[in-house]
Ligand binder design. Structure first.
Ligand SMILES: Nc1ncnc2c1ncn2[C@@H]1O[C@@H]2COP(=O)(O)O[C@H]2[C@H]1O
Ligand SMILES: [Fe+2]
Length: 295
């Protein structure tokens, strides 16, 4: 028993240290270009639907749209809820689906993910669960805002420590913080009960670092582009539509939107500013069950 515990503790320690290691890229361009996909909610069964949308097909449609625009991206970021059923197959499906884009893919967990199953099955030559990415003049921190067994989020002290250490290690880099949960409310009461519960404190603390320029998340299945006024200037705040069902903005009760699945492109510039846009799958192929009251 004791030996087992020792073995398990060392394995956990090893995984934790691997996750803390930085992945570095050297690029010739001044700007860093990123594709973000979020909340695909995949199942083991590729025919399965979430509220009337086949999530495997909607992810494929988003990825086809991305390929068609030929955006010269350096990286893909996948910001959680990759699975809807916690299955190993759902994670393997995600890796297979994004492979043709031929981009390194950095992922973090959402409330519908099991971080251990995710880490074990998100295997690919260019698929990374590491929390720190150095690229061009930027540092990207992939934070874990999940709370085991809960739909809402919390930013734990270990994540604040990671930010502190990463910024101290590369004070000359601009920093982008990436996470699953929203640190600000989106004005949908039913959804805001599942926000990052210490979001106000999180924003106040991260705004103390002049290096931190922007925050990017998923979870809310809708677009949001706003900012936070900090002591060192404006922090850009960005939420991105899901690659499957969309939540209706400003709705107090659970309601789905008719908008199509989407994704976000970002250009992180050498001066610390960011240009970004959300795009959606063209047409009207995906229509969720409008009468559903949740999942
Ligand atoms: N009707 C509902 N009321 C409150 N929460 C819900 C409802 N339906 C789903 N949820 C949860 O709210 C979460 C918001 O986005 P997620 O994709 O994390 O998954 C959703 C569910 O876990
Ligand atoms: Fe989600």
């Amino acid at each position: 028993m004791v030996a087992n515990n020792g073995w398990f503790a060392s394995l956990k320690n090893w995984v934790f240290n691997v996750l803390k290691e930085a992945v570095s890229y050297s690029i010739a361009d001044e700007s860093v270009r990123i594709v973000q996909v979020t909340d695909p909610h995949l199942f083991a069964d590729p025919e399965a639907q979430l509220l009337g949308v086949n999530t495997s097909k909607s992810l494929a449609a988003v990825l086809n749209t991305i390929r068609a625009v030929n955006y010269p991206a350096h990286l893909m970021l996948a910001t959680g809820d990759l699975s809807q059923d916690y299955s190993p197959e759902s994670y393997r499906h995600f890796v297979t689906a994004v492979a043709p884009l031929n981009l390194p893919c950095h992922y973090l967990p959402g409330n519908h993910d099991d971080p251990r199953i995710m880490f074990l099955h998100m295997q690919g030559e260019r698929v990374f669960g590491q929390q720190r990415v150095l690229i061009g003049k930027w540092q990207i921190l992939m934070l874990d805002s999940t709370v085991r067994g809960k739909p809402g989020g919390h930013m734990g002290e270990s994540q604040f420590e990671l930010i502190e250490q990463a910024v101290a290690a590369h004070p000359e880099h601009h920093t982008l913080l990436v996470m699953h949960h929203n640190p600000i409310l989106v004005n949908c009461a039913w959804l805001d009960q599942h926000c990052m519960d210490n979001g106000t404190e999180f924003l106040r603390r991260v705004a103390q670092y002049p290096q931190i320029k922007a925050l990017l998340w998923g979870h809310v299945h809708q677009q949001l582009d706003t900012h936070y006024d900090g002591p060192h200037g404006m922090l850009q705040l960005m939420a991105t539509p899901s690659t499957c069902i969309q939540f209706k903005p400003q709705s107090p009760y659970f309601a789905l939107d008719v908008l199509q699945p989407g994704y976000r492109l970002l250009e992180l510039k050498a001066d610390g500013s960011i240009s970004t846009n959300v795009y959606r799958v063209p047409g009207n192929l995906f229509s969720p069950d409008k009468d559903s009251s949740g999942y």
